[in-house]
Design a protein around this ligand. Structure first.
Ligand code: ADP
Ligand code: MG
Length: 326
């Protein structure tokens, strides 16, 4: 299985940022309201993540490191309506197979924590360890055993920038969770849990900058069984970069052709020669209406009724833009 894990790692574990994404998603799936990340050398030397989620039972620790042993999908029906961010049960074993990984955890049901060190021969056993309720995953020496992969890594600075951007992208969609990101012992990004709309605004401004914060107009739209909320920058807000476009479906960041086409159309319907629209939008829909099981680690989704989604997004954004511009 170790070899299979390493092969799967090629798909799931491209670089430190993809590991950060998987581990933060696991913490969020565990109901964490506080996540602390400590990275060393862009994550290449170390990625440690601590959360205050539900924790893992000592007896279940070995299973968490074995392939397809997810606790989240019980049946084919579940697969049709994935509500958690992860569901394949391959992230932890894949990451473990290309690093030195330790998992320490405790549930609220016991006052003893337990830890396990991944072993390629699957001989790992859990042992008692002190830990507060929640989980710590400690990933060291990434790709130490896959030198070919290690060679593809950029500088620690570049790898860190990617990790930082993943954390911020996730943090925008998870206002109830506090995040701290430390790099080489220094705090680089920190945000408290955002209880109300004002705090959510503050978090978005903190992440996307004051310019966006000032130009942003809150959106809240409904129709066709779909709701869309978030912020769209006033079309007069001009920026040189094209990358201030965040679209989430059921709190999952997506890059989707149907969506980007609908957004583009909405702008061009109003003849805005807006080269770079800026927005953070959250589309909520019945999970059975969207297939997230397309590709591991990719931001693709497939809508069951893509025409409906396209129409809703295009119409809503267009009406919204028409209302906020003279
Ligand atoms: P998946 O997220 O697809 O279920 P993973 O390989 O990412 O698979 O994780 C395997 C299992 O380990 C999860 O299903 C979950 O039961 C457990 N797990 C992983 N990380 C955490 C965490 N931070 N807190 C609680 N449980 C966790
Ligand atoms: Mg997962």
């Amino acid at each position: 299985d170790h070899l299979i894990n390493q092969i799967a790692a090629g798909e799931v574990v491209e670089r430190p940022a993809s590991i950060v994404k998987e581990l933060v998603e696991n913490a969020l799936d565990a109901g964490a309201t506080r996540i602390v990340l400590d990275l060393e050398q862009g994550g290449l030397d170390r990625i440690r993540i601590r959360d205050n989620g539900c924790g893992i039972d000592a007896d279940d620790l070995p299973r968490a490191l074995s392939r397809h042993a997810t606790s989240k999908i019980l049946s084919m029906d579940d697969l049709q309506s994935v509500a958690t961010l992860g569901f394949r049960g391959e992230a932890l074993p894949s990451i473990a197979s290309v690093s030195r990984l330790t998992l320490t955890s405790r549930t609220a049901e016991t006052d003893h924590g337990a830890r396990i060190d991944y072993k390629p021969d699957a001989s790992a056993e859990q042992e008692p360890a002190a830990h507060p309720v929640g989980t710590t995953v400690d990933v060291n020496s990434l790709f130490y055993n896959v030198p070919a992969r290690r060679k593809f890594m950029r500088t620690p600075k570049t790898e860190f920038t990617r990790c930082e951007s993943i954390v911020k992208t996730l943090a925008m969609a998870q206002p109830d969770c506090a995040f701290t990101l430390n790099h080489n012992g220094k705090t680089v990004f920190e945000c408290k849990a955002a209880a109300d709309m004002e705090a959510r605004n503050t978090r978005i401004t903190r992440i996307l900058g004051k310019g966006f914060g000032e130009a942003a107009r809150a959106v809240s739209l409904e129709g066709a069984g779909l709701t869309m909320s978030g912020w769209i920058a006033d079309p007069s807000f001009s920026r040189s970069q094209a990358d201030m476009q965040y679209f989430y479906v059921n709190q999952r960041m997506v890059r989707d052709k149907v969506i980007s086409h609908a957004v583009k159309q909405a702008y061009s319907d109003l003849i805005y020669h807006q080269r770079h629209p800026a927005f953070v939008l959250f589309l909520q829909m019945d999970p059975t209406m969207v297939d997230v099981n397309v590709h591991p680690g990719k931001q693709e989704v497939r809508f069951r009724e893509s025409q409906l989604v396209h129409g809703f997004v295009r119409r809503s954004i267009k009406d919204f833009l028409a209302a906020i511009t003279p």
